[in-house]
Structures are given as C-alpha cells and as structure tokens.
Design a protein around this ligand. Structure first.
Ligand code: PEP
Ligand code: MN
Length: 355
C-alpha cells in the first residue's frame, strides 16, 4: 500500500477552501492551489456547524467536483468524514485522504464507528484532528482506534483547543499538547491546521511559522479563490492566489528531526503561552478587585483589610510551597500584586469622593 501522507519526506502541505460551495469555486480554487506547487487539495463537503440553519455543506454532490480536481489538476484530494456513510461515499469515489474533525474527535463512539467503517481498507490516508479539549489521551485514543482497523497511513492534525479565552486566536494553540503527542508517538507525523487556530487570515502566518519552527511536518491551510464570498470561515481563509508567497515564508528547519532538536523552541512557545495566561489572569484579578471596591464603598469599609490580606498571603505561600516555588519570590510578587490592587481600589474610592 502506498503511504501518501505518513511516508512523505517533504513537508505535507494541504490547502483549499473550508467548504466546497460550487463546482466553479472548487475548480478555480484548485487551479490556483495547483499553480502554487501544492500537491494536496482540501474542501469540506459536510460541515459541522455550531448552530443549525447555517450552510452545512453541499454534501454528496461535491464528491464529483473533487474527482474533477483529481483529473484536471493531478491533485490529491481530502475531505472531512463524520460518519460511516461519508466514509463509504469517499471510498467508493477514490478520495485520497479523509480527516476526522475536532468535534468528532471529541467523541470516542463516533471515532469507533468511523474506524470500523475503514476496516482493512487499502490505499486510504487518514488525518486525525485533535479533539476540542486539550486531552492528549483522547487524541491518541482516536488514532489507536483507526490503527486497530488496519489503517497504516495516519497523521495527526493540530487545530487548537477551545478554552475559555482563546484570544488573540480563535482556538488556543497550547503547543505542549501536540508536542506531548509527538513525544509519546515518535513515529507519528503532525501537521498544523494554522487556519482554525488563528481564526483571522492575518494571524495564520505566525501560527504556521511557529509550528514549523518546533518540528511539525506540514500545514493544512484554508484558502479560497475569493474568501470574501466564502460561505464558511470567511475571516480566516487566505486567497489561493497568495499561497505561493505565503508558503515561501515558512521554513521547516526541524522537519524529520528528533524531539531533542525541537525542545528549545518548544519550551519557549510554552513559556509564551503561560505568559499570555498570566497577563489574562492578572487582568481578571484586578477587575475583581475593582468590583470589590464598589462593595467596600457601599459597606463603608477601608481599602486595606489586614485579616484578608494575611489570609491571601498565607494561602498563596502554602500553594506555592506545594508547587516548589520559593517563599521569598512569592512574597515579593504578591506584595506587588497587592499594592496594585490597593492602588486601583483607592483610585475608585477617591474618584467617588471627588478627590
Ligand atoms: C475544517 O477543517 O473545515 C474543520 C471544520 O475543522 P475542525 O474540525 O478542526 O474544526
Ligand atoms: Mn473551516
């Protein structure tokens, strides 16, 4: 059996629209993908939408368009499957690769059904996106379910995780999760769906560059001949015409290298993630402090409450010690946080009092 994806020695680049919308749109986008020197074309036929009544894909009709793309442009084509019926249609019509989307990947029953419908199939490549929650075991389990049915051309696709706060992106990259998968399954290739992480076309490049710099094996990028008119994910799709220059800027220096070569960059990305979260949490903490200022005004309380401050500090030092942090360090940081909190509350109270 030919392993199209997992045996590739070059970075795996898969581009195309979020959704197949019309024959013309598919062929035009494919023509421009081909002109960019790309070998793989993607287009969703069945679209998992968060809410009903929005465009849910053209379905079965689009398969013949993908077949035309294969013939006219010698591109390999792939689409998302979410149930055994989708799989059956794709297999019957020689679609080159399938992917399991993030919502399906979150449900082991769904993945098991899809996996069983692939039992013993030759010449199919399967991509497994990460589930929407950052659970590396669930993702790994999805891959194992497909492997157990005898499919041996499987790659993983990192498309980000849906946390409470994903800003500035649509999904949080949490690089440590795909890298943990990579560490646990050194044989497995991982590509990055930078479009669904970024959520905005102008942010796709920084995510793509970051994934390449930490040893990912390729990219899935949403691109449309006319993104402004796209029926789904219009904000994040690139122009297919722009793909060539976009890809020229992405280097894959660590492609096919071991984990050790990626560690420095990986740890730096994780630190960036954590620093962003520290800022977000700090802002949330200060906002709560401001709300408390209002209550203190109503109850006629002083800003500084010695007992409460003692309680906060003790609790923090206890947690910090359990986490292996030095007492001096935490005390210093918490004194600064407390000072800022007091300053904000005093500002509110003073402006209320017309000072
Ligand atoms: C997609 O690739 O079009 C898609 C719906 O992706 P995800 O499952 O990652 O949301
Ligand atoms: Mn999409």
């Amino acid at each position: 059996m030919k392993k199209f994806l997992s045996a590739s020695t070059k970075p795996i680049i898969i581009c195309g629209p979020c959704s197949a919308e019309s024959r013309e749109q598919v062929l035009k986008s494919a023509e421009e993908v081909k002109e960019s020197g790309i070998e793989w074309f993607r287009a969703g036929l069945w679209k998992p939408r968060t809410r009903p009544h929005s465009f849910e894909g053209v379905g079965e009709e689009g398969i013949s368009w993908l077949n035309e793309v294969q013939k006219m442009y010698s591109l390999k084509v792939c689409t998302e499957v979410a149930n055994p019926y989708h799989v059956e249609l794709c297999l019957k019509n020689n679609i080159d690769a399938l992917w399991i989307g993030a919502r399906s990947a979150a449900n082991p029953f769904t993945v098991q059904e899809i996996a069983e419908s692939l039992r013993g199939v030759k010449d199919i490549s399967v991509m497994v996106k990460n589930p929407t929650t950052p659970d590396v075991n669930l993702w790994l389990g999805d891959i194992e379910r497909i492997e157990k049915q005898g499919i041996n051309d499987i790659i993983a696709v990192h498309r980000g995780f849906n946390l409470q706060n994903n800003l500035p992106y649509r999904q949080s990259p949490l690089w440590r999760i795909p890298l943990e998968l990579k560490q646990r399954r050194k044989d497995l290739k991982i590509i990055c769906d930078a479009s669904h992480i970024a959520g905005k076309s102008e942010l796709v490049k920084e995510i793509a560059k970051c994934s390449a710099s930490i040893g990912f094996n390729g990219l899935m990028i949403e691109a449309h001949s006319n993104p402004k008119k796209a029926k789904t994910d219009a904000q994040q799709q690139l122009y297919t015409k722009e793909l060539k220059s976009f890809l020229n800027e992405i280097n894959f220096p660590l492609q096919n290298k071991g984990q050790e070569d990626c560690n420095l960059q990986m740890y730096r990305e994780e630190i960036n993630d954590i620093d962003e979260n520290i800022c977000i949490l700090m802002a949330e903490r200060m906002n709560l402090s401001k709300k408390i200022a209002q209550i203190k005004i109503e109850k006629n309380m002083t800003v500084f409450q010695a007992d409460r401050w003692k309680e906060v500090m003790n609790r923090t030092l206890e947690r910090g010690e359990q986490a292996g942090l030095s007492k001096d360090f935490l005390q210093e940081i918490y004194n600064i946080i407390h000072q800022e909190s007091v300053r904000l509350q005093e500002n509110i109270i003073n402006s209320k009092n017309g000072k």
